[in-house]
Design a protein around this ligand. Structure first.
Ligand code: ADP
Ligand code: AMP
Length: 216
């Protein structure tokens, strides 16, 4: 099974949902740049003040800043048995950085998994997204609601809506994705690493397809 992975796809495609499920099942770390950046914002660190403006506007944090942050974050993980990167790389510059980083620690990249979903599905998924600010679990009020009204099933914390999930910011994030991140699909295709998964379907259906594709 392919276990050294980066996830690609529009905001709301299901990268966090599928990545967390796979991480639990296979026992490899799920590492999300978005989660890590949001947790840095909560700590109100100096570096977070530099991220905040970009994140709230739906823009990418500039490559030099984010790469420095990612490098420090990645050093805390043992990546040898596998990994699932969610939210990075997001630009060709970041993809080259990740390649360099992995080469230096002698760890391969097996696949770039593209979760493919039509635009119209994305809007409803994002508008219904609720997240646990404590443990990072992801829910959806339409498709995947918690058992008790907006309370995390896992840790009992009240769920929140991400600030950048408001409609105006979502529009910007989709635009930014198409311009800056979508070219990575071609980038990984050219390297023979692209694995495309149809991510339009129930969470379980998509997970079955994902596992099937990684076992091919
Ligand atoms: P991403 O990490 O790609 O931004 P998420 O995993 O956070 O996406 O999913 C976005 C929203 O859509 C969440 O509210 C999640 O619960 C919901 N979701 C994810 N996968 C599906 C699916 N297959 N069907 C319906 N809703 C989904
Ligand atoms: P996400 O949770 O992946 O949707 O990311 C939320 C926001 O965090 C993005 O809109 C960006 O502002 C920022 N962000 C997350 N990952 C990256 C990255 N790899 N490069 C630049 N900005 C990022």
């Amino acid at each position: 099974m392919k276990t050294h992975l980066v996830l690609l796809g529009l905001p709301g495609a299901g990268k966090g949902t599928q990545g967390q499920m796979l991480s639990k099942k296979v026992g490899i770390p799920f590492i999300s740049s978005g989660d890590a950046l949001r947790s840095e914002l909560k700590k109100r660190t100096d570096i977070a003040k530099e991220f905040e403006e970009y994140m709230n506007a739906g823009l990418l944090v500039p490559d030099d800043l984010v790469e420095e942050f990612l490098e420090k974050m990645l050093k805390r993980y043992d990546l040898r048995k596998g990994f699932i990167f969610d939210g990075f790389p997001r630009t060709t510059h970041q993809a080259e950085f990740i390649e360099r980083y992995l080469r230096e620690i002698n760890v391969p990249l097996d696949a770039a998994v593209y979760l493919s979903v039509p635009d119209e599905v994305i809007i409803k998924r994002i508008s219904g997204r609720r997240v646990c600010p404590k443990c990072g679990a992801v829910y959806n009020i339409y498709y995947n609601p918690p058992k008790h009204d907006e309370i995390c099933d896992i840790c009992g914390t009240p769920l929140v809506q991400r600030e950048d999930d408001m409609p105006d910011v979502v529009k910007k994030r989709i635009e930014v994705y198409k311009k800056q991140t979508k070219p990575l699909i071609e980038y990984y295709k050219n390297k023979g690493l692209l694995v495309t998964v149809n991510a339009n379907g129930s969470v379980q259906e998509v997970f079955n397809r994902l596992e099937g594709a990684l076992n091919d």
